[in-house]
Design a protein around this ligand. Structure first.
Ligand code: PLP
Length: 411
């Protein structure tokens, strides 16, 4: 049996996979078991921030692996790798965030944030936005407003409420004396790259403060330069002051790693034993995240991302004008871009057409196709990807593609 057959035989079928076996990656390209090359504009759902197998990430992993891979007694000892990451991250955090805890996935970071908000406020309600996505634990699913999440694993936590994104009057009426926290993405990712009004988040923060609720900003998809600044909240006007913020995906550059960030006021109400986990803050993840941040900050990658985002957005808008029967709208900021297509079936057909051209994008629900290349993508690679996308669009227009690829389970 080959790898595909073995996985089909033994894997728990939580997702329908594309019939591709990817064996190697380098920069913005990956290769399958047949030797075919693909330009990767998914970056593993926004994870491989420096591209695949960046030498700095390899070096950080090798060096740390030679020193210590797992903290003895897990979190109960101090760690130079964790301290180095804290020292690197602390000066970059938006006020009033000063304290951090490292975990292994975005869902875990949000789960801990919600859990701590309930403890700190003594309330149980979470207000979230429709189309939002915050993870797949029962707690984070309960706070996710995506239509797919809505079908899963009910009943959810009963005190949670959902309001339309970027709708302040609705938010105003949802936050009450039972609300522990509002959890919100600065730009909705899984919801289809939806950008709110620049003042939305700070207005939500004001509502939270007035009602004694906490504000949790989920930067798992938008953070770490993805939207053209280290954090998407850096671009909000007036400035947003989250009580908690979560990071993931690009922070580990491919290593499973995430962070919960808190204000000093929140951290002051946390006691030992409130949260933890065997692998939390493990040295390998800390070393990689420090290497990623060192590089992003030293090379001012955020402003490069902003510039490349304009190039990519313009090219997508041009294709949108050429193919209005397929592309309804282009949206995005930085290297967080999306095409709104007519429907989900067109998303699957166009994704398959792109794969045949050697281009990987992220098929997303609600008729959306997301493009999240690595933060180091070059203009030449964007041009190459757009040539492939144009050929794929032409094939879809000419009805040369039949739907034999699978539904995505992206996030
Ligand atoms: N929050 C947001 C905004 C996300 O986009 C995702 C994943 O796509 C998550 C949370 C969950 O992160 P993870 O898949 O690492 O658990």
């Amino acid at each position: 049996m080959n790898s595909i057959e073995i996985e089909q035989r033994y894997g728990i079928p939580f997702c329908k996979r594309q019939a591709l076996c990817i064996v190697r990656g380098d920069g913005n390209r990956v290769w399958d078991s047949e030797g075919r090359e693909y330009l990767d504009f998914s970056s593993g759902w926004g994870v491989t921030s420096l591209g695949h197998c960046h030498p700095l990430i390899q070096q950080a992993l090798k060096e740390q692996a030679g020193l210590l891979m797992q903290n003895p007694n897990s979190g109960f000892t101090y760690s130079p790798a964790r301290a180095a990451l804290m020292q690197r991250l602390a000066p970059q955090l938006p006020s009033p965030l000063t304290h951090m805890y490292f975990v292994n996935s975005g869902a875990e970071a949000n789960d801990a944030a919600i859990k701590m908000a309930r403890k700190i406020t003594g309330r149980t309600g979470i207000v979230s936005t429709l189309r939002s996505f915050h993870g797949r634990t029962l707690n984070t699913l309960s706070a996710s407003g995506s239509s797919a999440a809505a079908q899963l694993h009910k009943p959810w936590f009963p005190a949670n409420r959902f309001v339309p994104y970027d709708d302040l009057p609705a938010m105003d009426s949802a936050i009450d004396a039972q609300t522990a926290a509002v959890i919100v993405e600065p730009i909705q990712g899984e919801g289809g790259i939806r950008l709110p009004d620049p003042g939305y988040l700070s207005a939500v923060q004001r509502l939270c403060r007035a009602r004694g609720a906490l504000l949790i900003v989920d930067e798992i998809q938008t953070g770490i330069c993805r939207s053209g600044s280290l954090f998407a909240v850096d671009q909000c006007q007036p400035a947003v002051e989250p009580d908690m913020m979560t990071l993931g995906k690009g922070l580990g550059g491919g290593f499973p790693f995430a962070a919960l960030l808190m204000s000093g006021a929140c951290a002051g109400q946390v006691q030992p034993g409130d949260h933890g986990g065997t692998y939390c803050g493990n040295p390998l993840g800390c070393a990689v995240a420090t290497a990623v941040l060192d590089y992003l900050l030293a090379e001012n990658v955020a402003s490069r991302v902003a510039a490349m985002g304009v190039v990519l957005g313009n090219q997508l808008a041009r294709l949108g004008a050429e193919y209005p029967e397929i592309i309804v709208e282009q949206r995005g900021r930085g290297l967080l871009q999306a095409l709104q297509l007519t429907d989900d079936e067109t998303v699957q057909t166009l994704s398959e057409a792109c794969l045949r051209q050697g281009l990987m994008l992220i098929p997303t629900r609600n008729g959306v196709l997301r493009l999240l290349p690595s933060l180091l993508v070059s203009e030449a690679e964007i041009d190459e990807a757009m040539d492939k996308l144009a050929r794929a669009l032409a094939a879809v227009r000419a009805r040369e593609i039949t739907l034999d690829c699978c539904a995505s389970d992206s996030a």
